[in-house]
Design a protein around this ligand. Sequence first.
Ligand SMILES: NC(=O)c1ccc[n+]([C@@H]2O[C@H](COP(=O)([O-])OP(=O)(O)OC[C@H]3O[C@@H](n4cnc5c(N)ncnc54)[C@H](O)[C@@H]3O)[C@@H](O)[C@H]2O)c1
Length: 254
Amino acid sequence: MSSGLLAQRAVLVTGGGSGIGRAAALALAREGAKVAISGRRRAEGEETANLIRQAHGEAMFVPADVTRAAEVEALVAKAVAAYGRLDGAFNNAGTSGETARTAECSEENWDRTIGVNLKGVWLCMKYELAQMLRQGGGVIVNNASVAGLVGLRGQPAYSAAKGGVIQLTKTAALEYARMGIRINAVCPGFVATPMTEAYARDHPDFEPWIRKVEPVGRLGTPEEVAAAVVWLFSEASSFVTGHALVVDGGLMAQ
Ligand SMILES: NC(=O)c1ccc[n+]([C@@H]2O[C@H](COP(=O)([O-])OP(=O)(O)OC[C@H]3O[C@@H](n4cnc5c(N)ncnc54)[C@H](O)[C@@H]3O)[C@@H](O)[C@H]2O)c1
């Protein structure tokens, strides 16, 4: 694809095999970007890449666990080897972890949830930034959550990690603002993805509760978050950096 807001840009999406990551990979490709899709699960990641190719876009899957530095370093290197540079990265991979109040949260759950959601984003940024500095610019979008802005009962590690992602985003945005690199976060509200579907299966009162607390009266769609990511990747947001963009149907306005 040679036209679109992101024509010929080389981008990377972690956790691109499902949910918001898949929707973002498809939306970025529709705008003309070449997309390196990453994740731990090959079949799902390959499926996203195939969906893009079927729509005449350019994509490849690179397996990587975002908690492992060597795999993240290799992921960035493979994307650059294939596409020549890295114009944008959507650090989206995440896990909700187990639901348990702070006193009942296990050390294992804490380490894993912080490891994927916070350390994973930092590791991705570390290697993406090195490449963006070498080539003289780029755009990073980190997937945080409204749980990084307000407390979420039963999710202490997740909330702490997402709050950390927002502060990491702001800090790095300041550090690299004069080097042609913009760094922002999206903060989705409750979105219909495998993550919330798993929670809804165990908690039958979830969907009725969402209809009550969400000002728009429904869950968001992955595509609605992807649209915000496309905007943050594009030149239309050229004066926006260090921002945590809430995409939540009005949840945080209350
Ligand atoms: N669904 C929501 O309501 C919601 C709300 C706010 C924020 N988010 C955030 O959106 C992001 C995407 O979640 P989703 O809702 O699309 O759910 P999802 O479970 O479909 O997506 C998460 C993706 O991350 C991948 N992943 C998990 N651990 C990984 C690891 N160690 N290395 C590489 N990949 C890994 C998973 O395989 C999956 O593809 C997450 O960061 C999540 O916290 C989701």
